[in-house]
Design a protein. Structure first.
Lengths: 626, 111
């Protein structure tokens, strides 16, 4: 991250078009279309990129300015959760920032200067930044520190609007009018605004959800509707008379909302959804090390508390997120989700678009929806794909939606289903084309192996599995023969013991080679795991980095590390080794909470992340040293 | 690599990492507050309570009728951490083997 360069986006050597491993095809396609729009056509109209949740929208925003923006870029988000997500993905100090993670750049000092705009941001900071990120309310002219009151109209050359379907509101219009000469890119998951009108601008790319499923970019979806044989309702607290839903409809006793609301709040129906969602969660967790989770949506905070209890009764750990939660508590709950300290996330109109956690795989719907936007936003939460390197089996990337039949969600699901069908059609077309090509190849160039009688039949998959277990059983038989031998030898020492006892004695002497010997002492197991981890963080990692980067332990070069405001206290005192240790500690505590509350799972998860944190720290150190 | 995994597979299926009586040895440590054995329909449950960093931690070990450990769980700060799960271990090793041999992955669990 160097000093401010106005031409940064035109001169930076971003690896985009040749970047096959780091970027998805759709991201590169979107980039090409955006270039076409602004550079070839020199269009003044807004460019609209429609990309479904999980397909890499933030990545498109990250690469879009390169070669296009002739100056600063403003990214506007519609709500705070989205702003935090975007900021997190584009924060150069975050080890997982998009550019480094996806090989757009290799070195830390090639990254753009990024700042979040808030009331404390100095004008100098804005001037020296390439990308400024803010939430829409910071542009409102009613806001004393509105950005519109701080900068000139030509301050930005490009404006990127995230989740642009929110854009009809006055604040958005005021902002776009103020920066009217800027190039505007609107990114959204849906072509319709929240008021169901079309988003203004020219659609440069429309990547359908079905295509994203087919390309394996998002999870495939399965719907699971609970259909109890009969559902009865009572009306006006009169428990003496029960009605079926059909009766209520036929007699026009109550409207549809009454029925769906009643079903949503019914403890019996809620229990069904809880149980079905736990079954689906267990199916995914069995045979997989992926930390799958359930995400549940409820009608109200009280309702969410009730649902939370139902999951807790089944021994699941639950995080609850709603708008009335104090900020600290909310941060704590989100942290628990990120660090896999919960199994279920219950929310009330809170974790809509922008909340990004790929391990949410089971969507449990406890509330009715009437329109597609919030319904699809909720389902979008389980669409984000589990990274390939973490996948243990096919089920890992199949999301499931669970709801009660009488919540009236059929129509909304149908719209989703169309996308699934679109995906299936694409797959079958692709397969047919492939089959056709193979057939043509074989007809044109027949080989002996292509003609004649079939010699081998059978499913390789099953054969191989069978083979592995047979081999394991053979190894066990050999082991048992060895045990018999040992028992015979032991018989000479203990002539009074039975053969079975002696065999058992011999068995007790052999342990699996890769098992932790501390398993027999859980206290020591826990203590050692903890001690080894913190020794690694406090001593081994600082020592390795200091040696590798030829730093002096007592020096203070690292006091210049480009850290975020809220982490700069780390740099105030202490030598290089202490700064590294404090940095590591700070990153880990911010993710997993106070050390004294860590569980064994937390230690395992944190340990898996250490490499990534250290690699990024190394990049930051190199940026100030070389 | 493959041979190593195959060894791990049979060992995970047929060997025992810890026997119930080995857990009793912990009783000598004063930090262990209680160790109890409870017979189950098809096995044995051993519960160990101990103090660690001022916190009371519970560990539960489940053995089958042949005293082979199937699962061990630790409960800390009201959270559950699985420290051993035979089924999971076998499945993970099997998946690694299948991945290495290029065969489609399996989510079959060994009962």
């Amino acid at each position: 991250m160097g000093t401010f360069n106005k031409d940064y986006f035109l001169t930076a050597n971003a690896n985009i078009l040749e970047n096959d491993e780091g970027l998805r095809k759709v991201q590169k396609d979107a980039y090409i279309e955006i270039c076409n729009h602004f550079l070839l056509k020199k269009s003044k109209s807004h460019a609209v990129a429609i990309l479904p949740t999980g397909s890499g929208k933030t990545g498109v925003m990250a690469i879009a300015p390169f070669g296009i923006a002739n100056g600063r870029v403003l990214i506007i988000t519609p709500q705070l959760v989205i702003k935090d997500h975007v900021l997190d993905s584009l924060d150069p100090t975050n080890p997982k920032n998009f550019w480094l993670r996806h090989n757009v750049f290799k070195d830390f000092n090639e990254l753009p200067q990024v700042v979040e705009y808030d009331k404390d941001t100095l004008f100098e900071e804005l001037e020296e930044s390439n990308i400024i990120i803010l939430n829409i309310h910071k542009l409102s002219t009613k806001f004393r520190n509105s950005l519109l009151k701080k900068v000139e109209r030509d301050f930005f050359d490009m404006i990127i609007i995230d989740e642009a379907h929110h854009s009809p509101a006055q604040t958005w219009q005021d902002a776009l009018e103020y920066f009217s000469d800027a190039k505007v890119l609107k990114v959204t998951g849906t072509p319709f605004r929240t008021d169901r009108k079309k988003i203004e601008g020219e659609v440069v790319i429309n990547y359908r959800l079905g295509k994203a499923m087919k390309d394996g970019i998002v999870k495939s979806l399965k719907n699971f509707i609970l259909k109890p044989e009969k559902v009865y309702l009572t009306i006006d607290n009169d428990s003496s008379r029960k009605y079926t839903i059909k009766e209520i409809e036929a007699m026009k006793l109550k409207d549809k909302d009454f029925v769906t609301r009643s079903v949503a709040y019914s403890p019996e129906c809620n229990k069904h959804i809880v149980e079905a969602s736990i079954d689906e969660l267990n199916k995914r967790r069995a045979g997989s090390s992926v930390p799958h989770k359930i995400i549940a949506v409820c009608c109200s905070i009280e309702h969410a508390e009730d649902v939370k209890k139902l999951y807790e009764e089944r021994n699941l750990r639950v995080a609850i997120v709603h708008s009335e939660l104090p900020k600290n508590k909310k941060i704590e709950e989100l942290r628990k989700i990120e660090s896999h300290q919960v199994d279920v996330v219950v929310h009330v109109a809170m974790l809509g678009e922008g909340y990004d956690h790929p391990y949410l795989s089971v969507a449990a719907i406890f509330r009715p929806f009437r329109s597609l936007a919030p319904y699809s936003q909720f389902i979008g939460r389980i669409l984000r794909r589990i990274p390939d390197e973490e996948v243990s089996n096919e089920l890992d990337n199949i999301g499931v939606v669970i709801a009660h039949r009488d919540l009236g969600l059929d129509e909304l699901w149908k719209e989703y289903k169309q996308e699934q069908e679109y995906c299936d059609v694409l797959r079958s077309v692709e397969k047919a084309e492939k089959d056709e090509r193979n057939l043509l190849k074989k007809i044109r160039n027949p080989k002996n192996s292509d003609i004649g009688s079939v010699i081998v039949e059978g499913d390789l998959h099953i054969e191989e599995e069978y083979y592995e277990y047979t081999e394991a059983a053979k190894a066990y038989e050999a082991y048992e023969r060895d045990i018999e031998e040992k028992a015979k030898q032991l018989k000479q020492i203990f002539p009074d013991k039975s053969e079975e006892d002696l065999k058992q004695l011999a068995r007790q002497q052999s342990k699996p080679t890769v098992i932790n010997p501390l398993l027999k002492n859980p206290k020591k197991y826990r203590m050692l795991l903890r001690r080894e981890f913190w020794e690694k963080v406090q001593y081994d990692i600082p020592a390795t980095l200091i040696t590798e980067l030829k730093l002096k332990k007592e020096g203070r070069e690292l006091a210049n590390l480009p850290l975020k405001k809220n982490m700069r206290w780390i740099l105030k005192d202490g030598d290089n080794a202490a700064i590294i240790a404090k940095y590591m500690n700070c990153i880990l505590v911010s993710k997993y909470g106070p050390r004294e509350k860590w569980t064994i799972n937390d230690y395992h998860n944190a340990n898996n992340e250490l490499d990534e944190i250290v690699t990024h720290l190394k990049k930051m150190i190199k940026s100030i040293l070389f | 690599m493959l041979n190593k995994l195959r060894t791990q597979l049979w060992e995970a299926m047929y060997l025992n990492p810890v026997w119930p009586h080995e857990l009793l040895e912990n009783a000598k440590d004063p930090e262990y507050k209680n160790i109890s054995f409870k017979p189950l329909d098809a096995g044995l449950e051993v519960e160990l309570l101990f103090m660690d960093e001022g916190q009371l931690v519970k560990a539960v070990y489940l053995f089958d009728s042949n005293d082979y450990l199937q699962r061990a769980v630790m409960y800390e700060n009201e959270h559950e951490s699985v420290i051993y799960d035979r089924n999971q271990l076998v499945t993970n090793i099997m998946n690694e083997i299948l991945e290495l041999t290029g065969v489609k992955q399996s989510n079959k669990i060994i009962a």
